[in-house]
Design a protein around this ligand. Sequence first.
Ligand code: PLP
Length: 409
Amino acid sequence: MPELNLQRQEAPLRRLMGPGPLDVHPRVYKALSSPVIGYMDPVYLKVLDRIGELLPPVFGRTGGITNAMPGTGSSGMEAAVANLLEPGDPVLVCAHGYFGDRVRQMAERQEAEVTVIEAEWGKPTDPQQVEAELKKKSYKLITIVHAETSTGVLQPMDDIARLAREYDAMLLLDTVSSLGGIEIKVDDWGVDACFSCSQKCIGTPPGLSPITFSDRAVEIVKNRKSAVRSWYLDLSLIEKYWGADRVYHHTSSSTLNYALLEALLLIHEEGLQERFSRHYKNHKALVAGVEALGLKMLVDPQYRLPTLNTVVIPEGIDDLKLRRYLLDKFKLDIGGGFGRLAGKVWRVGLMGYSSSADNVLFFIPAISRALAVQGVKTDLSAGLDAVLTELDGNGIDAAAAEAQKIAAA
Ligand SMILES: Cc1ncc(COP(=O)(O)O)c(C=O)c1O
């Protein structure tokens, strides 16, 4: 028997500014240290009831079924795909990045008849291309990613939603990097299944996957010809625990759900619109700083995600070395690109509790120094000035006038 290493291990403190997980609010940490209680404890069932009330408005949902699946975002993705698709069902997968392709893989495992529309990484799906495909044949389901974390693209939804209605297809939407940070309107858009994760804009650790199904989707699942090909993710089984019946389905994690409830309270205390504005404002400040440093954003302004910023890595920079430097020197964790964008971009997350002016103001000097270490000079003073101008919303003269008014009051 090899000797066992019994040394205790503590996680280091980091500043999380990557694609997720992100930092969580101190109140969420406190909730995470709640005593573990049973999944049928009447007190815990009330927690689940409250999640059932507070989560739907974040999705923009009334009616249907909304709750949090056990597992990470991929669990919600698989639940949505497995419940809505049966073998042979025609599905149109819009893939404008890595995660759109993951939906394709899952749909293929359900033996659905999959057609894929691919967009260039860094661009959204073009609705005209979707319409051209819908004209060719009838689809049961269209799938699309609202916030593509691999590229930093925000998919405009109005045209896609209109097309799904016009061609009578159901709509499945991935909001893993947007729910809780950007407005989601599943009712208005006619989205039948929409899933997310707990570790990004919602603001808890990974482990839960908020998900919502429309009334129409619930009916479709009830009337399937074949059983859902996943026992664990079968909506009609798990719903018996989420709903009034409260029949055992799996050992629900009280720890994670207490944290989720606290995070949802924080979201509603802040106010949804205020929260979306905060995400947008910090994103604008970060972009202003990045561009004033002389760096480039990957995505055109109108398609940029406010929650996940893709910054183009300048020529000659060693990406891995730079990110390691940020981690070692500043405990700052940002993401690298992957797939087709590996080594080409950094992914800088501003989500949930991590979407803060502090983080933007920390990032700009840190990246400027990390670039300088590799011989690339940037104008830090211009970078910080651009961030501050964006944060005070006015520019220096207006800010000075405002300060005078405050002093005189
Ligand atoms: C857009 C998108 N979809 C799906 C996933 C999968 O989520 P998870 O890694 O939590 O399983 C991710 C993960 O970052 C994502 O960004």
